[in-house]
Design a protein around this ligand. Structure first.
Ligand SMILES: [Fe+2]
Length: 289
């Protein structure tokens, strides 16, 4: 008697693999994340050592499976691919605004320097950045002081750098990388138990946390790593050469403009737009003598 073997559909995707839980039976509950979203999966593969420094980027082979509790997947192969660009593996749903992850991907695409793109991918592959960059506030009680404010503020600044006329390609690339990472230390300062880091200042914390990514940038492009360290530490204001000061000053100006704009949007005094006084009215512009 011939028995028809059911057709088994498999999918092969590049994704981030997160281990939710491993049971004593050897089964692992996984979360598979891609640009388009995330899916639930199970695996009986030998447990992989968890790298706390970066998320697991991999080529994943999986089979869809219908269960009484809904659709899941059985993962049959996980091939680590650390070289994958993380920005294509961040779910759009991570953003508090619908378009913010897309805008981040778009502005990173404008960075033409391969070493800096790898640097940004390495930074956003750090578990704290991969997950929390999209949720964190840009300040506790000043500008962008709401969930997702850090992403809005940083991406807005990077877009402004990208759209600035008459920059050289290198100035634009370094400026984009700096804008996206200039407040990244706040992820650790504002995290639970991060009060002691807050006292150090977010610039120093960011510089320390990005040490590994900066080291790898240094192997690819030593001058680029020096420039990024100088910008992230704020030392460019005292010790940077003129070209680096130009980038630092530009990003700082966009930082202030972004903060002012947010405060105006939320109508907080004294950041409301100035309007001229009415003749003989109460709204008279006064000057302190
Ligand atoms: Fe900022």
């Amino acid at each position: 008697m011939e028995v028809e073997i059911p057709y088994v559909r498999t999918i092969l995707i590049n994704a981030i693999v997160e281990q939710v839980h491993t049971f004593d039976s050897g089964a692992s509950h996984l979360r598979i994340l891609q640009e388009t979203g995330q899916m639930d999966a199970w695996s009986w593969l030998p447990s992989m050592a968890q790298d706390t420094e970066r998320v697991l980027k991999a080529e994943v082979c999986a089979m869809p499976l219908e269960t009484s509790e809904g659709e899941t997947h059985v993962v049959t192969r996980i091939q680590p691919r650390p070289e994958l660009d993380v920005f294509n593996l961040i779910p759009d749903q991570f953003g508090k605004r619908d378009d913010i992850v897309f805008r981040c991907r778009d502005v990173v695409d404008a960075c033409e320097s391969e070493p800096l793109r790898r640097f940004l991918s390495n930074v956003f592959s750090m578990p704290a950045v991969y997950r929390n960059f999209w949720q964190c506030q840009a300040s506790k009680a000043h500008h962008h002081a709401y969930t997702g404010g850090l992403a809005v503020h940083s991406i807005e600044m990077a877009e402004n750098v990208r759209d600035t006329p008459r920059l050289t390609g290198m100035e634009r690339d370094v400026g984009i990388a700096h804008a996206l990472t200039h407040d990244v230390g706040k992820l650790w300062c504002y995290a639970e138990g991060g009060a002691h880091l807050y006292a150090l200042g977010h610039e120093l914390v960011g510089l320390a946390q990005l040490h590994g990514a900066l080291e790898r940038l240094g192997c690819d492009w030593p001058d680029g790593a020096v420039a990024m360290r100088s910008l992230l530490s704020g030392q460019w204001k005292r010790l940077g050469g003129k070209p680096l000061m130009a980038v630092g000053s530009l990003v700082r100006a966009y930082d202030q403009a972004s903060a002012e704009n947010d405060l105006r949007l939320h109508g907080r005094h004294p950041h409301r737009p100035w309007s001229p006084s009415k003749p003989n009215g109460d709204n008279v512009l006064t000057f302190r003598r």
